[in-house]
Write a protein that binds this ligand. Structure first.
Ligand SMILES: Cc1cc2nc3c(=O)[nH]c(=O)nc-3n(C[C@H](O)[C@H](O)[C@H](O)COP(=O)(O)O)c2cc1C
Length: 215
């Protein structure tokens, strides 16, 4: 099978957030869909901290990122876990309906959890819309924009993750390195970058890159 066809399903890029007692937390998802007039579904990996917090809090917000959203938001919310840190630290946010919402975004939808469907690896959370607002007229970020313009990839927790060996990509000329955290591909010789070089997508240091060797 050519798994790349799955990347031709159109998605947006979002932060799903909730409140862990006093601490705001959340993660990046692309799997959000409006199911009915007042219901939205999001799909979150069992291992993600956000999954357990939504189950506890029974409320969540869906923040819609825009093409102008700071990519550091994706690095923090998509490649780190709220178990270890407060991901909202350093980003402007406001509480709406007792849910944390990043203001550097297009807007948000607040939801009350009505159903959680357990799949093998993920929980499909269905929420009823209780509130929402549009912050500006920016263009919402699509997953295609994230891939093509920000050159981002998805980590293993994302349903759209495809292992590099399954991609059947043409063998490139010259050196290439892959970020082991987010999958970003660096074209060229990374050794020539200064010691403080960080991955443009997930902000990890040069040391997490490995050379891609083709047989
Ligand atoms: C572009 C992108 C899309 C993602 N989509 C999903 C998704 O739909 N569902 C999911 O569970 N994780 C997805 N992830 C991965 C989570 O955001 C990531 O595992 C995060 O670190 C989990 O944080 P937490 O442990 O604080 O919940 C995605 C990440 C990126 C960068």
């Amino acid at each position: 099978m050519n798994k790349k066809i799955l990347w031709d399903i159109s998605y947006g890029v979002y932060v799903v957030s909730s409140l862990d007692k006093e601490k705001p937390t959340g993660c990046i998802i692309n799997t959000a869909v409006q199911l009915t007039e007042n219901k939205i579904g999001v799909c979150i990996n069992h291992n993600n901290y956000t999954n357990s917090i939504i189950k506890e809090n029974k409320n969540f917000a869906l923040t819609i990122l825009s093409e102008k959203t700071n990519p550091d938001i994706i690095a923090t919310f998509g490649f780190a876990s709220g178990r270890e840190k407060n991901k909202f630290d350093g980003f402007e946010y406001k509480m709406f309906d007792n849910l944390p919402v990043l203001l550097n975004s297009k807007g948000y939808i607040a939801l009350k959890l009505v159903q959680a469907v357990e799949l093998e690896t993920h929980t499909f959370f269905i929420g009823e819309i209780i509130d929402g607002d549009v912050f500006n007229d920016e263009i919402p970020m699509t997953y295609k924009y994230y891939h093509d313009v920000i050159k981002g990839r998805a980590p293993k927790a994302a349903p759209t993750y495809i292992a590099p060996e399954d991609l059947n990509e043409a063998k490139p000329m010259g050196k290439r390195f892959r970020c082991k955290v987010c999958g970003y591909i660096y074209e060229g010789d990374i050794e020539k970058e200064p010691p403080n070089f960080v991955c443009p997508v997930c902000k990890q240091p040069k040391s997490v890159f490995e050379e891609i060797l083709y047989a």
